[in-house]
Design a protein around this ligand. Sequence first.
Ligand code: GAR
Length: 197
Amino acid sequence: MTKRVAILISGGGSNMVSLAESMTGDHPARPVLVLANDPAAGGLAKAAAMGIPTAAVDHKPFGKDRAAFEDALQAKLEEAQPDILCLAGFMRILTPGFIAKWEGRMLNIHPSLLPKYKGLHTHARALEAGDTEHGCSVHEVTAELDDGPILGQARVPVLPGDTADMLAARVLPMEHKLYPAVLRNFAAGAREPIFIS
Ligand code: GAR
């Protein structure tokens, strides 16, 4: 049966667009909702233009009450009835309580070769460390931040003179290849990791 996918975003949503564009033809999944924590997220308009239902739950009025914010997210998700959640540039930390509801059904893309550089500023940290290789990872979301079984990784070289922005610009197109490939596999029930370079 076709899997229903909700994509959670915070910003421009370029990964969301790659995922949504991939879910056509014989793909085992379809996008049913793009959900943002920022009503101004640029990705919302892109999703609407693609004919995908959208919703936003602004995290700001909830202040430090993450559980209340997540209850509002959960309500939107329950309306859309997704089988799979894809975090795609979703920049809010989720509580273990929310994660437990979706564990085994929630994926995230992170711009580093995990387990290296969990958290923020991954490109700058790879440069500071003098790495010659960098990339991105898709993993299942578990209670620990940027942890959980790795379902795919894509590698890029770090070149002399690279800045964090240059490195980010080299990694992003690989994200756009990796995430759709992993989602296709995952939606079909496969769990073997995909490695591309
Ligand atoms: C992507 O590079 C993604 O890997 C990163 O945010 C960017 C979102 O871009 N995610 C994280 O850093 C998660 N911790 P997009 O909105 O254009 O897809």
